[in-house]
Design a protein around this ligand. Sequence first.
Ligand code: NCD
Ligand code: ZN
Ligand code: ZN
Length: 357
Amino acid sequence: MSTVKLPGLIDVHVHLREPGATHKEDWDSGTAAALAGGFTLVLAMPNTQPPITSKAALEEVLQLASQKARCDYAQYVGAGAENVGDLAALAPRAAGLKMYLDQTYGPLRLDDMRHWMSHFEKWPQNRPIVAHAEGRTLAAIILMAELFKRHVHLAHVSKAEEILLIRKAKEKGVPITCEVCPHHLFLTREDARAIGERRSEVRPPLNSLEDQQCLWENLDVIDCFATDHAPHTLSEKDSATPPPGFPGLETILPLLLTAVHQGKLSLDDVVTRLYRRPKEIFDLPDQKDTWIEIDVDQEWMIQARELYSRCAWTPFEGRRVIGRVQRVVLRGNTAYESGRVLAWPGYGQSIREIGIS
Ligand code: NCD
Ligand code: ZN
Ligand code: ZN
């Protein structure tokens, strides 16, 4: 066994489903899954029921999180057509502003570019804007970043044409950063048959091998890895109208460590994209006395029955991986060890609210 110590990992893109869909996940189960995956800080998306688009909704979700979260966290607010004037006041307490610009799970979608512009004008510069924008929508939001000279973080980039456009825009100095998800790095459309067509539904969809290779070839353009942990139950996934999304918190690190073993990237590349860049881009605080311990040589098989996520399945079922989280220490206390989550619900801190009462 060879143990390697890394910083507590940061996932800037998770869906914890509470309020509204706690049969899929809640702040307790989702943050337990985070710790089991090596994450000590998660940023939660606002497409809950109700969506987090108002002061009342933000206060409700922060209250739930303060009682139930086992790891540290912050909560995004969602950009809507009606809430442009209200959000700036919430920015100090928010992870960032999320803009859904293409159809995906949940009701938050902004079609009219006048709304995009209004949010760009009002949302404070010191808090990130994150955009779900695919294909040509991505080109449109990159234009907006350039016109407003305003940083935008691009969620779950998945296609060759997208990563190459981002490279060009970065070369021209457009203030953008981006993330890529494990399922776009480690699965393609070819895997959909084995996983099941309905279960394979995810936004953006699984792509071609060529797209996947292009992501790997342009690793230097990828700022962050993010799971887009999007749990739905198997009965929902197997229904005639499967909701899009995969769980990912507990499988991303072993998948990446396996890729390190294969020489596809270095351990430092992983730490840069799961800790350093997320911390810089999202202006996240130090977590004192916080680290994770990994056995980089342990071989094991991913099995849904061992996972903490309430959704109880994974698209990586049966995959053999090398590298496993042994222990997670969060603010001086062992929060996870040898398969057991030890941090209690409520131990997690709201990182944007430290010092705000
Ligand atoms: C996400 C979800 O289920 O909340 N689904 C997904 O397929 N990625 C929504 C999203 O991130 O677009
Ligand atoms: Zn999305
Ligand atoms: Zn998402």
